[in-house]
Structures are given as structure tokens and as C-alpha cells.
Design a protein around this ligand. Structure first.
Ligand code: F6P
Length: 376
């Protein structure tokens, strides 16, 4: 950690009260962040509040805001989820209100949330979240709210930081799944398709595919050529490999095709099962002499106890964010750059999504290992 910018500037007025929330979907390591933030901030003399279920705790009446103390965060380090709860349906700038009659309308309740923060005498709002939550944080910053960000997503697609916590645990789960699929694929001479998360970026698919020894890895960054995959499977059969393992990221699509399950809000649960894994199976059907099975790993990747790496990264982010609040350095997001935890302007976190670079070392390694990426 670069400790230079953690030193207290005694000339500055100390922040008294901060409010933290965990927005968007959960990621393993959120509780490590909360624990580290609360412990460090309270030791520095700050008062910490938490909003339940992301912004929902601030939007709803009565509000759901709780004091967070050392006692509140005791024993939570190995736990998945978030002790505060998460919500990806509580955007104050586009909040869906339901009437008693069941009708819905989208309203902007951001002024109400700002007024609530003032009423609670919150000096700094700390948002832990992905691109959606960071965008909300950015919009509040533009309205004059002091905001500190902590990047979070298993997808690792935030440009602000080299890595997000949650990725490592998700990759470990996906790697375990590939290992398990290998033995049953081999026993039945099957082609196994494993669909993993990663709506816009293929980090989970690529890393787990390399770690698990997949034969084909398909990521959103490369629109795959189905002929290349057919060729790969046939080439494997011809050289005595009776089975093949394909890992596909949920945002992957065929050349000239569309992504099959990216529908706003997943209007039907069925769309989870009609995802890119099934789309790929349909394209392969009849073209190869193997049974095909599809496994959708889904939310197993987001659940469970965080890995040591995610606990450590979450703890480092939490500590650093507490010091940013203590020094009243708002408008910043904590980030991992190389080996160091630094802070970067909030705008950086929302500027671009961090996709897998096709000219990067990881893709080069994948090609060198003979793993088919479906490149047309
Ligand atoms: O953004 C993280 C992510 O894991 C995406 O890869 C996936 O599309 C999404 O969450 C699913 O979230 P939910 O089912 O909670 O809406």
C-alpha cells in the first residue's frame, strides 16, 4: 500500500460521519470490505452508518439505515454476501415505484436521497459497487455530495482498478466446475459446455478456462466462428481425445449473431437457461459426433466464502477508503495498480469498461496453449 496519502493532514477538518452501502449484485469479499472499513474508520474517530440493500435503505420510507460498529462486523470475514444486503433495483435516478394497485412508474428520487443524507448529517457517502453503482455515485458527486468509491464486481470489468475482489473466488468456483466436468465428459465421450458469468468482459471465462485446461474458450470480446469450434472438436477426436470442454462467457455471441440472454432485468427466469451455452449447443448439434451437455454455473460464482485473495484485497480497499474519508478526500475511488492500493478520480471508474485486451499477454498465452478462441 502506498501510505503517503494515508497520513493525516491535521490542518483539515476531520469528517465526523460517513455512510457506506453495497450496491448492485453481491461479490465475495464484500464483508471483508465492510469489516475493514468499519474497524479502521471507527478507530480513526469516524461514525459509520450503513444503508441496507444498497440505495434502497435511503430511498424507502421509513429509511433503513443502521449504525455500524466493531461489534456489527465481528465474525463476518469468511461470509459471502453482504451483511448490509445488496440491490440492483434501487437506482435513485430511475427508481421503479409500485402503487398499491400494482402499477409501476419510474421516478427520479435523487433529491430525496440527497435530503436524507443531509438529514442524517452524513459527510461522505461511500459506495461499494460496479459500474452501475459508480455511475450513481458520480451523479451524486455532481449534485454536491462527497462520494468515495470502492470498486466491486466478479466480472473484473472496471477500468479504475487492475483487479476487483470477487473475481478470484468466481474463477476458483468455475475452475472447480471445469475439473468436475472433465471426468464425466471423458466417461461419456461428450462435449461439455460450461457457461460462466461475465456480461461484458470475458475475464472469468478466460482465467478459469486456462486454469481448468479447457479446449475452447469463448468470450464477449471475440465473436466466435462456429466452424472453428467444430474443427477443433473434430481435430481432437482424430487425435484420440474423445471429449472436449468448452467454457463460454455469458456475453459471448457467434459471428453475425446476437447475445442470447442479455435482456434488461431478465424478464423471465427461463432466459437464464436459454443463454449462450444453449445457443452454442444448438449451433453444434448435428455437426459433431458427440452428445452435448450444457452446464450454467450461474450464481454459484457469486456465492460462498471468499478466497484469501479476495479477503485481502477487500480488506486493503476498506482500510484505504476509511483513510480517504478521514482525510476528507472525496471524489476518489480506491484501486489496485500493480502491487499498490491507490486512489483514482471517480470519473475513471465510470469512463470505460475494462475488457480482455486481444493483444494482451493472457490471450497470447491462450493461443500458445492451443486453446481455441473461435477467432474468425
Ligand atoms: O455484474 C455481475 C454479474 O455477475 C454479471 O456477470 C451477470 O450478468 C449479473 O451479475 C447477473 O446478476 P443478477 O442475476 O443478480 O441480476
Amino acid at each position: 500500500m502506498n501510505t503517503d496519502n494515508l497520513a493525516r493532514d491535521t490542518d483539515e477538518e476531520t469528517v465526523r460521519r460517513v455512510l457506506i452501502l453495497t450496491g448492485g449484485g453481491d461479490a465475495p469479499g464484500l464483508n471483508a470490505v465492510l469489516r475493514a472499513f468499519v474497524k479502521t474508520a471507527t478507530d480513526l474517530g469516524l461514525e459509520v452508518l450503513g444503508s441496507e440493500d444498497g440505495f434502497a435503505g435511503l430511498i424507502e420510507e421509513p429509511s433503513r439505515v443502521v449504525p455500524l460498529t466493531r461489534k456489527s462486523v465481528r465474525g463476518i470475514l469468511p461470509k459471502g454476501g453482504s451483511i448490509l444486503g445488496c440491490s440492483n433495483r434501487a437506482n435513485p435516478f430511475a427508481y421503479v415505484e409500485r402503487s398499491a394497485a400494482g402499477t409501476e412508474r419510474t421516478v427520479d428520487v435523487s433529491e430525496r436521497v440527497k435530503a436524507k443524507l443531509e438529514e442524517l448529517e452524513v459527510d461522505i457517502l461511500v459506495v461499494v459497487g460496479g459500474d452501475g453503482t459508480m455511475n450513481i455515485g458520480m451523479r451524486f458527486a455532481k449534485m454536491g455530495v462527497s462520494v468515495v468509491g470502492i470498486p466491486k464486481t466478479i466480472d473484473n470489468d472496471l477500468a479504475a482498478t487492475d483487479l476487483t475482489f470477487g473475481l478470484d473466488t468466481a474463477v476458483a468456483t468455475a475452475t472447480w466446475a471445469i475439473d468436475a466436468l472433465h471426468s464425466t465428459a471423458e466417461a461419456h465421450d461428450r462435449v461439455m459446455i460450461l457457461e460462466v458469468m461475465g456480461r461484458d468482459a470475458g475475464w472469468i471465462a478466460l482465467l478459469a478456462g486456462i486454469a481448468g485446461g479447457a479446449d475452447v474458450i469463448l468470450i464477449p470480446e471475440i465473436h466466435y466462428d462456429i466452424d472453428r469450434i467444430v474443427d477443433k472438436i473434430q481435430e481432437r477426436s482424430a487425435t484420440g481425445h474423445s471429449f472436449s470442454i468448452i467454457v463460454i462467457g455469458e456475453g459471448a455471441k457467434p459471428l453475425g449473431g446476437t447475445v442470447s440472454n442479455i435482456v434488461a432485468g431478465y424478464e423471465s427466469i427461463w432466459q437464464h437457461h436459454e443463454g449462450p451455452g444453449v445457443q452454442l449447443a444448438r449451433l453444434l448439434e448435428g455437426r459433431i459426433d458427440h452428445d452435448i451437455r450444457v452446464t450454467v454455473l450461474g450464481h454459484l460464482q457469486r456465492g460462498g466464502s471468499p478466497s484469501s485473495f479476495d479477503r485481502i484485497l477487500g480488506t486493503r480497499f476498506g482500510v484505504h477508503a476509511a483513510f480517504l474519508c478521514y482525510n476528507d478526500t472525496a471524489g476518489q475511488v480506491v484501486a489496485l495498480k500493480g502491487q499498490d492500493i491507490v486512489s483514482v478520480p471517480l470519473e475513471t471508474a465510470v469512463a470505460n469498461l475494462k475488457r480482455v485486451p486481444l493483444d494482451g499477454e493472457l490471450v497470447m498465452v491462450t493461443r500458445a496453449m492451443g486453446i481455441e478462441l473461435g477467432e474468425g
